[in-house]
Structure formats: structure tokens, C-alpha cells
Design a protein around this ligand. Structure first.
Ligand SMILES: Cc1cc2nc3c(=O)[nH]c(=O)nc-3n(C[C@H](O)[C@H](O)[C@H](O)COP(=O)(O)O)c2cc1C
Length: 337
């Protein structure tokens, strides 16, 4: 395959869009390095959450989401990518080498790129207006294309069970040394913050069907809408065949594919990772919802926003140039291996 040098300005613009990807606590734990005809994704361990995410799973899922966002953004700019995931066993932080060659986006792919800037994590109660099954099937397919499975949890018993596991994980995490400090450091931010979770993005008031993560909310919280409404949240579990850094990266790519497809249809979404961060609740999810078939990676809330809902504020991102470094010459061969 012929790879062609890509203009720095194009790569930079695609990376700016990729950086809009969701990430745990909005840590944006990635770094991009630019070669002549390749872009490389590295995990940024200085932005890890050792108390919340000691094994770095959420970090790799977040990086996978950024990788898929980048692929979508590049394609919209006329660049197809060939991705070498975890190309160097000696450098586990080198998550992907992306080779570029000219490509033609479909209208569908352009619409996914347009969805990047409209996606938000919406933690509010969802409307009870049902999500059509064709739409849910499209989301399942979007995950499948990226090598993951999206299981829609339709039964009330599953929903109650997940809510109980979220509560259990919250209690377990409250006993984890350093976790409260870590959450406080990465949340309760003001509107202009370049990373972390702004208080304005955390709803005030009683929870819906699934408890909202206990972020710090020193500043003004988001107006709670639909407080008295029944929560029509559809729950889904994203899973992969097994657990490995490669599968976690794939889970992140699938997460992005599902969220962008949902956003394109105007469906609100919100990832939930707490029960995946605690070993006992993670094992319970594997057993109870997957019948030990594979590895649970992330829960998702999906639904239509309440009809009276205001738009969810856009969360901040680091300046794009802070996320980009040049690629040392000796690395350029990596993409061609
Ligand atoms: C791996 C991962 C785990 C997440 N876990 C949670 C969670 O448990 N609860 C929650 O409310 N949001 C969760 N989020 C959403 C992030 O907090 C959100 O993406 C980030 O604050 C940026 O905001 P945005 O999605 O609106 O751009 C998670 C996101 C990712 C990628």
C-alpha cells in the first residue's frame, strides 16, 4: 500500500477533532506523535488515575475512543488509515501506528465526523420515549465492526441489578485509599477548564434509574431536568472476547463508533465505568450479563434527552499543540513494519 506524506495542518486539524473523544474524568490521557506519512498514538501515563483505574483499562479505552475519532476525522479529510495496534511489544505505551493513504469518505462517514463536535456525556434522566429497535441494531453493528459486542439490556431485572452493582462499586471505591482525592482533583471544575469534569456537567438532585458517579461539585451544578420523570434510560454493556490491552483499545474504538452513531441520530449517551473498575462487580457483570462469554468493558446509558432539556455544555480540551510531539526519525519505520 502506498502511503503519502500528509500535511501537518491536516493532521493537526484531525487531531483537534480526535481530542474531542470522551475519556475517563476527561483526563485525555494520550499523546500524538507525527511522522511524515504516519500518526502515532501513545498513552500518557502522567494523566493516569492510579486509584480509580489502577490497571489502566479506562485509560486504554479512552485512547481507543480517540483513535477511532481520529480515523473518522481523517477519512472526512480524504485520508484512509491503516492501523497497527500495539506495534512494538517493547513499548506497551505505543498504542497505535496509523499509516495514511488517500481515501474517499461516504456520506455516512461524513455524518459521523460531523457528530464528533455534537457528542456530549449526558448524565441526566432520559425520556421514556422508546429508542427504535432499528436504531439499537445499528449501534450493535457499529460495535461489531470494531471487534466488540454491544449487549442491550432490556429486562427490568438486569437494570435493577446494574443499578445495585453501581451502588456497590461506589461503596467499595469510597474505601479505596486516594480515590476521593483523585476524583476531587479531576472534577468540580469551572466551565473554562481544559480538562476534568466541570461541575456544570453533573446533574443536581435525585438519581434516575442508575446513580450518577459522585463527582466533586463545588461549583454550580447542571440544572436537573425531568427530575420528576421516570427514567427511560436504555442500558447497554460493551464487551470484548477477552481482556488484554488490545481488546481494551478495541473496546474504546467501539465505544466511539457507538457514541458517534447515537449522536448522529440525536440519541443522548453516557458511559459508566465504576462497576468495571472494581474487581468484584466486574466479575459479577461478566457472570450475570455475559454468562462468562467474554470480558465486560463499559456500561452505557442511552436514550432521548427530556423534551425540555437544555443542551449539555461542551467540556473543555487541552490546546491541541500540547497533545502533539514530533516523531523521532528512528520511529518512522514502525508504521511500515
Ligand atoms: C473509559 C471511560 C469511562 C467513563 N466513566 C464514566 C463514569 O463512570 N461516569 C460518568 O458520568 N462518565 C464517565 N465517562 C464520561 C467522561 O466523564 C466524559 O467523557 C468526559 O468528562 C468528557 O466529557 P464529554 O464526554 O461530554 O466530552 C467515562 C468515559 C470514558 C471514555
Amino acid at each position: 500500500m502506498l502511503t503519502v506524506p500528509v500535511e501537518h495542518a491536516t493532521a493537526r486539524a484531525a487531531i483537534a477533532l480526535a481530542n474531542r473523544a470522551p475519556s475517563v474524568h476527561n483526563t485525555q490521557p494520550w499523546q500524538w506523535r507525527l511522522g511524515d506519512s504516519s500518526i502515532h498514538l501513545f498513552a500518557d501515563s502522567s494523566r493516569a488515575l492510579p486509584a480509580t483505574d489502577p490497571d489502566g483499562r479506562d485509560l486504554r479505552i479512552s485512547c481507543g475512543a480517540a483513535l477511532h475519532h481520529l480515523r473518522v476525522a481523517l477519512l472526512a479529510a480524504g485520508w484512509s488509515s491503516r492501523v497497527h495496534r500495539l506495534p512494538d511489544p517493547a513499548r506497551p505505551g505505543h498504542l497505535a501506528a496509523i499509516e495514511l493513504y488517500p481515501g474517499e469518505p461516504t456520506v455516512e462517514q461524513l455524518m459521523l465526523a460531523a457528530a464528533i463536535d455534537n457528542r456530549r456525556s449526558d448524565r441526566r434522566v432520559m425520556s421514556t420515549w422508546p429508542l427504535p429497535h432499528q436504531l439499537l441494531e445499528e449501534l450493535e453493528r457499529a460495535a461489531e465492526v470494531e471487534g466488540a459486542a454491544l449487549r442491550i439490556l432490556t429486562g427490568e431485572a438486569d437494570r435493577l441489578h446494574v443499578a445495585a452493582l453501581v451502588r456497590h462499586a461506589t461503596v467499595e471505591q469510597s474505601l479505596t485509599p486516594g480515590l476521593a482525592e483523585e476524583t476531587a482533583a479531576w472534577s468540580g471544575r469551572g466551565r473554562g477548564s481544559r480538562d476534568g469534569v466541570p461541575a456544570v456537567n453533573v446533574p443536581r438532585g435525585p438519581d434516575g434509574a442508575i446513580p450518577v458517579r459522585e463527582f466533586d461539585v463545588r461549583e454550580q451544578q447542571q440544572e436537573t431536568l425531568g427530575r420528576d420523570e421516570t427514567d427511560g434510560t436504555v442500558l447497554a454493556l460493551l464487551a470484548t472476547v477477552d481482556s488484554s490491552p488490545l481488546e481494551e483499545l478495541a473496546a474504546g474504538e467501539a465505544l466511539s463508533a457507538v457514541l458517534l452513531a447515537a449522536t448522529r441520530w440525536g440519541v443522548a449517551s453516557d458511559p459508566i465505568s465504576q462497576p468495571l473498575e472494581v474487581a468484584s462487580t466486574r466479575a459479577d457483570l461478566r457472570r450475570s450479563l455475559l454468562a462468562d462469554w467474554g470480558e465486560p468493558q463499559l456500561l452505557l446509558r442511552l436514550g432521548w434527552a427530556s423534551i425540555s432539556a437544555q443542551p449539555v455544555p461542551r467540556t473543555g480540551r487541552r490546546p491541541v499543540d500540547d497533545t502533539i510531539a514530533p516523531l523521532a526519525a528512528s520511529w518512522e519505520t514502525v508504521a511500515g513494519e
